[in-house]
Design a protein around this ligand. Structure first.
Ligand SMILES: CC(C)(COP(=O)(O)OP(=O)(O)OC[C@H]1O[C@@H](n2cnc3c(N)ncnc32)[C@H](O)[C@@H]1OP(=O)(O)O)[C@@H](O)C(=O)NCCC(=O)NCCS
Length: 162
């Protein structure tokens, strides 16, 4: 059974290894970046666990603007208790556990927490191949982002929370 819970510092090594299985070296969050996010925003960093093993993760700070900028990948602040925009900087599922709905569960969990805290929307950037996936989850494509993260093209995907 998959369980979604908030991150703990003990998860660090497993998170780094999943991130590197899922992303290129340029895209992957570093150990230092994860450490910082666990310390500063544990309230919007969730992991999916199966039989005590971490199989997926989702994380991102609450920000003051509707769109993500590259500065966030290295520079984050504590989340306000309510309001703001919930960003997603990372969503990854261990390759052996993909296509079982785990990313969808992580997205739904983050979304329900964001609703409870009256966040205005959820905002993320993705590559072209995942636009449809996020659209199925109710996100709208807001076109190309100014992000040059890892030298790739990214699209702004936004889901408003009524
Ligand atoms: C993108 C990613 C997070 C998706 O994770 P996932 O857990 O496989 O996602 P889901 O299972 O929720 O959905 C993936 C697909 O599996 C299908 N699926 C879900 N549950 C399923 C099941 N039980 N059986 C078969 N297929 C299933 C979904 O319908 C979906 O198909 P679609 O693309 O046609 O909509 C994962 O592939 C990943 O880590 N990729 C590399 C990193 C990355 O690109 N992250 C996103 C950054 S923006």
């Amino acid at each position: 059974m998959i369980k979604i819970r908030n991150v703990k510092i003990e998860d660090l090594s497993q998170l780094v290894s999943i991130e590197h299985l899922c992303f290129s070296k340029e895209e992957a969050a570093t150990r230092e970046a994860f450490e910082k996010r666990i310390r500063i925003i544990p309230d919007s960093f969730y992991v999916a666990e199966e039989n005590g093993e971490i199989v997926g993760l989702i994380n991102g700070p609450v920000i003051e603007t509707a769109f993500i900028n590259d500065d966030l990948f290295s520079n984050i602040k504590k989340n306000p208790s309510t309001g703001g925009y919930q960003s997603i900087l990372g969503l990854a599922v261990h390759p052996q556990f993909q296509k079982h709905g785990i990313a969808s569960k992580l997205l739904r969990h983050l979304e329900s927490e964001a609703r409870m805290k009256n966040r205005e929307s959820i905002t993320l950037t993705c590559k072209e191949n995942l636009i449809r996936y996020y659209e199925k989850h109710g996100y709208l494509n807001n076109g190309l982002s100014s992000s040059e993260h890892a030298g790739e093209m990214w699209y702004n995907m936004i889901k408003k929370l009524p």
